[in-house]
Design a protein around this ligand. Structure first.
Ligand SMILES: Cc1ncc(COP(=O)(O)O)c(C=O)c1O
Length: 396
């Protein structure tokens, strides 16, 4: 096969049956109201390794010859693809080597090793790691499992669209995160074959827009860190870009704040955890509302691997932005009446919050007050004991 055909995706679906989760695809009443269109969510963050990447990796490895299986596979990735390859290689009894750049977080290295893969950290940049990986695959006779620029990998990812349209036949639009473009190439191919009139849009971040740039003939720099690290890919694939040009209706960009808002909404409304790339679809619906008004839109929650500390920061920032969390830090002498002095100096709308500080001493409601540094951590000035108070106002 020199291009991706619908039959490749149907064949992939047969190979994958029972080997990866047929994740739920559910209508979201609340998000639909917020976005002004009907929203359907495909929960690929429920896969065992918490991303759709298992599909493409498995479809590729399932087609290897006996000899190729015996020699093993190699992937270059520090993210979801590494885990997808390692997990299914282990299930299939294939030796797997994963090459990660030296800066890969230890947690990702360890998670991938846990699936029995040999993990090598080589190269100071991702491109260096890729070069090392290619050389190693050649030297050891290993089959490279590319994260996106491979027709078998794209066909595996395309099975998501089959499942979505079977579960929710009304869907008339798909909005899909784009990194190297394997996911959208597979999904657009399947969706167009099943529903010729369907619209398919890709989403990238403003910080990594290479496919958007290629389609709009407008070069833009990449490289600044983004919360959507899963789609921080500097150049589209040689195979994926022509497919995207041919089968995708348009590319949309979203910013870091839009993505954080998407993560928070999915957490609060759907009670589901997604990583940055998993939230760009919802971010695009909110940012480009007019384009989707009245349509029936399928979104893929494509990954759920987010560092807990990053998630915690996003939650806090979101609550501050929406006015549900007010944090005041002030230094007072730890003597009766000092908080009352502070309260008197604050604008009226914050008095309520300071009421919580009094709750510390027996009054107030709806607020929490936490002394965050004690005398021992902070030298007393003027010989008087001091405390730094941190007030967090909770929603009423
Ligand atoms: C969570 C997540 N979403 C989307 C993508 C984009 O997939 P593709 O590179 O096939 O465009 C990736 C790629 O790794 C990913 O990990």
């Amino acid at each position: 096969m020199s291009t991706l055909h619908f039959d490749d995706i149907r064949a992939a679906a047969v190979r994958l049956r029972g080997q990866v989760a047929d994740t739920p695809c559910l209508h979201s009443r609340t998000l639909s109201q917020m976005c002004g269109c009907e929203v359907y969510l495909k929960f690929e963050n429920h896969q065992f390794t918490a991303s759709f990447k298992e599909r493409g990796a498995l479809n590729k490895m399932a087609q290897l010859s006996e000899a190729e299986r015996a020699r093993g596979v190699l992937a270059v990735s520090a993210g979801n693809h590494a885990q997808g390859v390692a997990y299914h290689a282990q299930r299939m009894g294939l030796p797997a080597t994963i090459v990660m750049p030296r800066f890969a977080p230890t947690v990702k290295v360890e998670n991938t090793r846990r699936f029995g893969a040999e993990v090598l950290t080589l190269g100071d940049t991702f491109d260096d790691a890729r070069l090392h990986g290619l050389q190693l695959a050649e030297a050891r006779g290993l089959t490279l499992v590319h994260p996106y620029d491979d027709l078998a990998v794209m066909a595996g990812q395309g099975t998501i669209a089959l499942e979505m349209l079977a579960a929710q036949p009304d869907i008339d639009t798909l909005v899909v995160a784009v990194g190297g473009g394997g996911l959208i190439s597979g999904m657009a191919t399947a969706a167009r074959a099943l529903r010729p009139g369907i619209q398919v849009f890709g989403v990238q971040t403003e910080r990594f827009p290479p496919v958007w740039s290629a389609l709009h003939n407008e070069p833009r720099d990449c490289g600044q860190a983004t919360i959507a690290d899963g789609i921080a890919v500097k150049s589209p694939g040689a195979l994926t870009l022509p497919l995207i040009r041919e089968r995708v209706d348009g590319m949309l960009l979203v910013g870091e704040d839009d993505i954080e808002q998407g993560i928070l909404l999915l957490l609060e409304i759907e009670k589901t955890v997604v990583e940055g790339a998993g939230a760009v679809g919802l971010a695009a619906l909110l940012k480009h509302r007019e384009r989707f008004a009245g349509r029936k839109v399928g979104l893929v929650l494509c990954g759920g691997n987010i560092e807990p500390l990053v998630l915690a920061e996003i939650i806090q920032r979101g609550m501050v932005k929406s006015g549900r969390l007010v944090r005041l830090r002030f230094d007072v002498r730890d003597v009766p009446g000092s908080l009352a002095e502070v309260a008197a100096a604050l604008p009226a709308r914050l008095h309520h919050a300071v009421g919580g500080a009094r709750a510390d001493r027996g009054g107030g409601a709806n607020t929490r007050c936490s002394p965050c540094r004690t005398d021992s951590e902070q030298p007393a000035r003027a010989g008087l004991p001091r405390r730094t108070h941190r007030l967090a106002r909770l929603p009423g």
